[in-house]
Design a binder for this molecule. Structure first.
Ligand SMILES: NC(=O)C1=CN([C@@H]2O[C@H](COP(=O)(O)OP(=O)(O)OC[C@H]3O[C@@H](n4cnc5c(N)ncnc54)[C@H](OP(=O)(O)O)[C@@H]3O)[C@@H](O)[C@H]2O)C=CC1
Ligand SMILES: Cc1cn([C@H]2C[C@H](O)[C@@H](COP(=O)(O)OP(=O)(O)O[C@H]3O[C@@H](C)C(=O)[C@@H](O)[C@H]3O)O2)c(=O)[nH]c1=O
Length: 276
C-alpha cells in the first residue's frame, strides 16, 4: 500500500486520484508529522510499502513569520518520516521545491547544483531534503510553481481576481516553470515504477515569468484583463523569492522516458477540465 501523507492538500489529492485503490491517505487530524509519536503510531499501524510525503507548511510568507513551525513541519517532520519508514522497511518519497535555490544561476538547475535558500520556507524545505537521507531508501522530487484542482494556487488566485478587476500588476522578473499537479503525480509514478531513488526534478517544460503566466491564464480563459509588469522589489513581500529557478528535468527523461508536457499545454488542459 502507498500512504499519501497530506492527502487533503493540492498534490495529495492528485496523488490519491492517480494511485486510486493502491493508496491510503492521512492528513491533519490523523497524523501530525511534526510529532514523532504520531508518525510512529500511524506508520506502525498501517505498515505501508511506500510513503509519499505531500504534507508541508507551504505559505511562503507565513513561514517567514513562523520560523519554528516551518522547521518543525518541513524539516523535523521529514526526519520523523525518514526514521520510521527506515524502521518498517518502506520507501520514502519526499517532495521539495525550487525555493531551495537562490535563483542566481542563469541556466536551469541540475539535481546536484548547490542549494542556497533565500527564505525560511526554502531553508526549512532544505532541512527536510537533508533529513530524508535518514532513510537511504528515499526518492527526493523537487518541483515548482504548482497549481491543481484542489488548492490555493496562482491560477485560481488570478481567475478569482479577474472577477472584480480589469487590470492587475504582476511581477515580471521571476522566471520559473508553472507545473500542473497532474503532471507531477505522473512523474512521481514514473520514478516509482522504474525503481528510481535519489534526487530528481519534475516540472512542466518551458519557462515564463509570473506576469507571462498570468497573461496566458487570461488568454486561455478568454478573460479581458490587462496584466501590467512590476518588479519583485516593488511588490515587497516579506519573503525573498529566487529570480530564476527553472529546474532541469533531463535526468527524469533519461531514467524513466517520461517528459512532462510544455507548461502552456498543461495549463490549457487544466482550464478545459476545470471549465475555465
Ligand atoms: N505549492 C507549490 O507551488 C509547491 C509545493 N511544493 C511542495 O509540494 C508539496 C505539496 O504541496 P501542496 O500540495 O501545494 O501543499 P498544500 O499546502 O496544498 O497541502 C499540504 C497538506 O499538508 C497538511 N499539513 C500541514 N502541516 C501538517 C502536519 N504537521 N502534519 C500533517 N499534515 C500537515 C496540510 O493541512 P492544512 O492545510 O490543514 O495545514 C495540507 O493538507 C509540499 O512538500 C510543498 O513544499 C514544491 C514546489 C511548489
Ligand atoms: C496575487 C499576485 C501575486 N503576484 C506575485 C507574487 C509572487 O511573486 C508570484 C506568485 O505568487 P504566489 O503567492 O503563488 O507565490 P509563491 O507563494 O512564492 O509560490 C511558491 O510557492 C511555494 C510553496 C513553492 O514551493 C514555489 O515553487 C512557488 O510555487 O506572483 C503578483 O505579482 N501580483 C498579484 O496580484
Amino acid at each position: 500500500m502507498i500512504l499519501v501523507v497530506g492527502n487533503n492538500g493540492m498534490l495529495g489529492r492528485e496523488l490519491m486520484a492517480l494511485f486510486a485503490g493502491a493508496a491510503r491517505g492521512v492528513d491533519v487530524g490523523e497524523i501530525d508529522i511534526a510529532d514523532l509519536e504520531s508518525v510512529q503510531r500511524v506508520l506502525m499501524t498501517l505498515k505501508p510499502r511506500v510513503v509519499i510525503n505531500a504534507a508541508a507548511y507551504t505559505d511562503v510568507d507565513g513561514c517567514q513569520a513562523n520560523t519554528e513551525l516551518a522547521m518543525q513541519v518541513n524539516g523535523e517532520g521529514v526526519a520523523h518520516l525518514a526514521m520510521i519508514t527506515k524502521e518498517i522497511g518502506a520507501t520514502l518519497v519526499q517532495v521539495s521545491t525550487d525555493y531551495i535555490f537562490d535563483g542566481k544561476k542563469e541556466t536551469p538547475y541540475l539535481e546536484d547544483d548547490l542549494a542556497s535558500p533565500l527564505n525560511v520556507y526554502g531553508e526549512s524545505k532544505l532541512a527536510g531534503e537533508m533529513n530524508s537521507w535518514f532513510n537511504p531508501d528515499h526518492l527526493l522530487v523537487r518541483t515548482q510553481w504548482l497549481y491543481g484542482h484542489a488548492g490555493k494556487n496562482f491560477v485560481e488566485t488570478m481567475l478569482s481576481l479577474a472577477q472584480t478587476r480589469k487590470e492587475l500588476s504582476v511581477v515580471d522578473d521571476q522566471i520559473g516553470s508553472p507545473t500542473w499537479t497532474y503532471d507531477l503525480a505522473l512523474g512521481i509514478k514514473a520514478l516509482l515504477d522504474k525503481g528510481c531513488r535519489g534526487t530528481y526534478h519534475v516540472a512542466n517544460a518551458g519557462a515564463v515569468s509570473w506576469n507571462g503566466f498570468a497573461q496566458e491564464i487570461f488568454r486561455l480563459a478568454g478573460l479581458d484583463v490587462e496584466v501590467r509588469p512590476m518588479t519583485t522589489a516593488e511588490l515587497g513581500r516579506p519573503a525573498t523569492r529566487p529570480l530564476h529557478s527553472v529546474l532541469d528535468c533531463g535526468k527524469l527523461l533519461q531514467d524513466t522516458g517520461f517528459q512532462p508536457q510544455p507548461w502552456q499545454e498543461a495549463l490549457r488542459r487544466y482550464l478545459e477540465l476545470r471549465g475555465k
